[in-house]
Write a protein that binds this ligand. Sequence first.
Ligand SMILES: Nc1ncnc2c1ncn2[C@@H]1O[C@H](COP(=O)(O)OP(=O)(O)OP(=O)(O)O)[C@@H](O)[C@H]1O
Ligand SMILES: [Mg+2]
Length: 221
Amino acid sequence: MGIVVTGVGKEIGDPPTRILSDIAFRIDDGEFVALTGRSGSGKSTLLYILSSLDRASSGLVHIDGFDVNHTKAETLSHFRNQHMGFVFQFHYLIAELTAFENVLFPARKTGAERTQSAYAEALLGRFGLGDKMQRLPRQLSGGEQQRVAIARALVMKPKYLFADEPTGSLDSVSGEQVMDIIRDCNTQLGTTVIMVTHDPDFARQARRQIHLADGKIVSAA
Ligand SMILES: Nc1ncnc2c1ncn2[C@@H]1O[C@H](COP(=O)(O)OP(=O)(O)OP(=O)(O)O)[C@@H](O)[C@H]1O
Ligand SMILES: [Mg+2]
């Protein structure tokens, strides 16, 4: 069913500033899309709207068949917990929980902690953090924290993955590692991936690039 946006605009503040205009596209199930554009072009704002974490000021957003404006908050939040993974531009790990507990956190919310615990461990292992699972976020480097946040987004094997600069604070080797895992989720589990990135090499690995400038789509090849 994918994600369909029609005529989406976003204004913020008073007096309102226009951040997005006339955004329209469709992302089919199983696609891997890169959202690109300069700093301030509206990528994060659009990603939040695509993932139902923020509302458009105008236009329609359908996620997996739900019309976001006409779906109960409870229904959407249940769907998000079960089927969506998020990697935010700033990782927002829970300071009091270990790396392992942070990764398992989405499973805790849905009562799937036991079934996903081995997978959480496997993900941390693949990210090179097998020996750091019991550390608190402040005992990890920025790049390690970012990998924990990505493992957390993947732990539920989500149908949709929304990632905002997932390789932003990583060196090239860890960045490649993260891209490999995201690509595997896409090809092996069929996860639909929407990824914001500044890195042209990573953007090219996506099957499609949607390029924004000043809040408008300039190309969607
Ligand atoms: N809450 C807000 N209030 C006012 N302006 C905002 C708000 N959030 C974002 N903006 C503005 O909207 C524009 C788009 O912001 P957004 O965060 O979507 O950009 P971005 O493409 O993700 O940039 P970056 O690559 O730097 O992360 C920017 O000009 C930003 O200053
Ligand atoms: Mg951003």
